[in-house]
Design a protein around this ligand. Structure first.
Ligand code: COA
Ligand code: ZN
Length: 307
């Protein structure tokens, strides 16, 4: 990890699509990933192995991940698994990297995976141990790490404790998630600075939502706290169906533009990313994009006129 590079996992294929009214076909999901790869994205969260009754949009997880691994063997393609059954399914389908989810409040775990915090912690630790035994790479989300939609502000001590447990469980990345997009920059800087004392900096990542328009500001605060690993979603699509008030993710194009303007590199082409936004927009049949895409489109039109 170098301090002038940011490492982005685009979570649009999972976080982005899990909550959409329009359900994309497997082919369309693969086309979306193709656009991301063309733009230089080298890590995606491809899908989730959850109950298809809970999230029908992810029912094709096995077929999808098999095809992703075959088509882009160099691409890091993580898949979310809520329990050992999810891990079993993911492994059978050929997944190489999994992510577990630990919500930092009792109620949010119950809403999300139908078990309390202690049981969820147990399941995450078991799932990580089993994944490591199978030789898989791992990530661990600490979700609702700022506020829980049911319990209010999440105590920092709880977040630090759970993050430390995930470090002990040898999760390759510990992803601190502002699941409902309620965080503010000062709080992001304070919490992530505190987390750097318990999580090695090359394993600390942040997952932001843009519900209140503070996604990019929060990303800047995370950068100031020394974080270089980010989840974001092309076009800003995203949101958790089980967390009321969760809106879209921080848009990848907003994050990349900010990073570029601040002297950080990511290997991602903004122009090619715009093609991915256009594609997702056509598929989901609604206007998408974070704050940057309107300006990026105007710039592109000017360049084309000048040719
Ligand atoms: N994948 C597919 N099916 C699964 C599964 C998995 N990972 N885990 C459990 N199931 C199935 C069981 O086999 C059982 O099936 P059956 O009704 O046909 O017998 C059914 O789901 C219920 O199993 P149970 O263990 O009682 O689970 P539950 O009803 O308590 O639900 C989850 C637990 C985790 C499966 C469910 O809450 C879920 O999938 N949540 C989705 C969470 C999510 O995607 N959140 C957004 C991202 S953070
Ligand atoms: Zn999210």
């Amino acid at each position: 990890m170098t301090p002038d590079t940011i490492y982005i996992t685009d979570v649009a294929p999972r976080d982005g699509l899990q909550n959409q009214a329009v359900h994309l076909s497997t082919e369309a999901k693969l086309d979306l990933i193709e656009h991301l790869v063309q733009a230089g994205v080298n890590s995606v969260e491809a899908t989730s192995f959850v109950s298809p009754k809970a999230v029908p949009q992810m029912a094709d997880a096995g077929d999808l991940i098999g095809r992703v691994q075959t088509r882009w063997p160099q691409l890091r393609s993580s898949v979310l698994v809520p329990n050992l059954k999810g891990l079993e399914r993911a492994h059978a389908a050929g997944a190489q990297e999994i992510a577990v989810v630990l919500c930092a409040s009792e109620t949010m775990n119950r809403k999300n995976i139908n078990m309390g915090l202690d049981a969820a912690l147990d399941v995450c630790e078991q799932t990580l141990a089993q994944a490591h035994a199978l030789g898989l790479r791992t990530r661990a989300y600490v979700a609702v790490a700022f506020d829980c939609p049911f319990e209010g502000e999440t105590p920092l001590a709880a977040v630090l404790h759970l993050a430390a447990r995930m470090v002990e469980a040898r999760a390759g990345e510990i992803v601190i998630a502002d699941t409902i997009g309620s965080a503010a920059p000062l709080q992001v800087k304070q919490r992530l600075s505190a987390l750097r004392d318990v999580v090695p900096s090359d394993r600390l990542a942040v997952h932001l939502h843009d519900t209140r328009g503070l996604g990019a500001a929060n990303a800047w605060a995370a950068l100031e706290a020394g974080v270089r690993r980010f989840d974001s979603s092309v076009g800003g699509i995203g949101g958790c169906p089980f967390a009321p008030g969760a809106a879209g993710n921080l848009a990848t194009e907003d994050l990349v533009l900010m990073a570029q303007r601040c002297g950080l590199t990511s290997d991602i082409s903004l122009d090619a990313l715009l093609d991915a936004v256009d594609f997702a927009e056509a598929q989901l049949q609604k206007p998408l994009g974070g704050r940057a895409s309107a300006w990026l489109r105007r710039e592109r039109a000017k360049r084309r006129e000048a040719l």
